[in-house]
Design a protein around this ligand. Structure first.
Ligand code: ATP
Length: 232
């Protein structure tokens, strides 16, 4: 029997008011797999991430987590079921301290201690407002709860946004560590290089359509051109 995928998206349509952004997206992520969701600015990557995380309501289509239809399940419960969305722009509370931000997701002190072990610079800044952290530290703060309690699926929307190359490398190392712990990854990135450094699979989103999907070993310049330019 075939292995149940962690995530299966079928015929997904979604958008904002009368503007449809996703025009029937299909996507599959297997257990422990890392998928790079690539595509230019405005292609709909953030909308797709938000729809899978439960923050954007699809107008049609199905989202399944480990074979269970979660399309109508609210974001909060989806998170408990194992879909962890690290949103574009970090999704932290800038006026709360690092410790307070962590406490939202990690109620136990020993869980927070493990987060600080994973990211020592957060430990040093635990009493400071999250908004005063560097971009890299904010991204660490976003990912820390997932590292402590690995979800079934982690969605990282533009994790490298605004980060220096060395900091980006650290963030991707943390994502790789999560994958080794068995978490499936969906990494949305406009720039291909970082995401492809960890992802074994890639999918290209071009104005609301998946134009190429497959293992990164089969990714060649022709596939890239097709995906980005929309012609073969
Ligand atoms: P980016 O890297 O810029 O975030 P993206 O591939 O993630 O690009 P989306 O952010 O999903 O793309 O945007 C897709 C389209 O939806 C764009 O045309 C954008 O203007 C539009 N859009 C995004 N958010 C909203 C919103 N809240 N209300 C209306 N339109 C939106």
């Amino acid at each position: 029997t075939a292995v149940e995928p962690v995530l299966r998206v079928r015929g997904l349509h979604a958008g904002y008011n009368d503007i449809e952004v996703l025009h029937g997206v299909d996507l599959v992520i297997g257990p422990g797999e890392a998928l790079a969701l690539l595509g230019s600015n405005g292609a709909g990557k953030t909308t797709l991430c938000a729809a899978i995380g439960g923050l954007v309501t699809p107008t049609a289509g199905i989202i399944e987590l480990a074979g269970e239809d979660v399309t109508a399940i609210p974001a909060q419960r989806r998170r408990r079921d194992g879909i962890y969305l690290a949103p574009e722009g970090r999704g932290i509370f800038p006026d709360l301290t690092v410790e307070e931000n962590l406490t939202i997701w990690l109620r136990d002190r020993d869980e927070r201690d493990r987060a600080y072990e994973a990211f020592p610079s957060l430990a040093r800044r635990r009493g400071q407002a999250a908004g005063a952290l560097s971009g890299g530290e904010q991204q660490q703060l976003t990912l820390a709860p997932a590292l402590v309690r690995p979800p079934r699926l982690l969605i990282a929307d533009e994790p490298s946004l605004g980060l220096a190359p060395l900091v980006t490398e650290q963030i991707f190392a943390a994502l790789g560590q999560l994958q080794q712990q068995g978490t499936a990854l969906l990494i949305a990135e406009e720039k291909t290089r970082n995401a492809l450094s960890v992802a074994g699979h890639a999918a290209f989103l071009t104005v609301g359509h998946i134009t190429w999907a497959g293992p990164t070993s089969e990714l060649d310049t022709e596939a890239l051109a097709t995906a980005y330019l929309g012609n073969a």
